[in-house]
Design a protein around this ligand. Sequence first.
Ligand SMILES: [Zn+2]
Length: 416
Amino acid sequence: MKKKFIYIIAIVVIAVIALVLIVVINKKEPVVKEKVVEVVEEIPMKYNIPLEGWTIYTDTVRKGDFLGTIMNRYGITAQQVDQISKMSSDTFNVTLINLGRPFTVFSDTIIDSIPQAKIFVYENSSVRYTKYDFTNPDTILIEKLEKQIDTVELEAAGVIEFSLLQTMLDNDYSWELALAMSQTFAWTVDFYALQPGDWFKVMYTELYVEDKRIGIGDIQAGVFYQGGKELWAVPFTEDSVQSFFDTVGNSMRKTFLLAPLEYTNISSRYSHARMHPIFHKVTEHLAVDFSAPMVTPVYAASDGTIVTRTYGEGAGYYVAIRHNSVYTTVYMHFSRFGQYNVGDRVNQGDIIGYVGSTGWSTGPHLHYEVHENGQKIDPLAFEPPPADPVDSINLPRFHEEKRYWIDKVNAIELKK
Ligand SMILES: [Zn+2]
């Protein structure tokens, strides 16, 4: 009984000591935050001109206004205006003004209730402006200048639910951003085939002039998740040219085969006027005909998606591959198709069909077309953008620099 009592005392004492310790440990010194007040003397300026000492008049160009008539209202004489127009040239026209554009007058004197302009600034655009300086009465100084453009770094992310456009709208991202993304990822992402659950994360810049947004800058880096794969755009500069690469340093662009088959000769070149072999009249031939033995395999000229695989009266059995939003290639007169169907992804070199003579054809050949933005261009003169990987000499630097972008992009939160 006595022993039990001692135990209870001991437990209580230990508990009290523990409690005191916890309270002591948790008691922190109150944090004294020092207030740092930075005093920056900001000189109020407009167009890089200190405002002090000036009376400022601002207005916009109205209907019927000419530079001369506006300047007259601010004490600039007809002779001075004449002098200004003489200073103009084709490349340096300083008299053209547009309705609604703002102008600013810096004046320090008023004569007969007319403010006398010493400096006149006309805003050609939200970025460019023309400064007419009359402070020296003997010479008018005219300068075409640009305002400072501030770059703001931003990030965007989204999960495709219905369409990319819908995701962009839902997140209040601009159409310019969607356009910039479609250009940066044109060669790797099939924007026509995005599926619900695919997603993207991008870092980009927006441009501001005097706190006013003037547009989008660049996509800096990003990743698209499509078809179970992360398709990266990692920027890297070589020989002072910046391009995008995947995470191992391959170009995001894809090469095209010079010819999509082993051919014996070119039987007809790209021409806007040729004698048609069957119809015996002059028609255009916006393609190249490669002669080759029957059933010679025909390869996909580059990675892409099969968008057409059918029979046409003139084309015979033919296939079209969409490589990105810019390029599509078309292959005609097959004897039979390869194993790929409409909607299938193909890689460069995959067999999509076999040479034949179906449709309007006089012998086994491949009629090959390259479409660039819907226009049939000369496949033999076609120079797709370069698709070189990072130069092996620069690879160590690439792998070092890529971490910065990959980490930053990965850190962008994806709201599901
Ligand atoms: Zn042809």
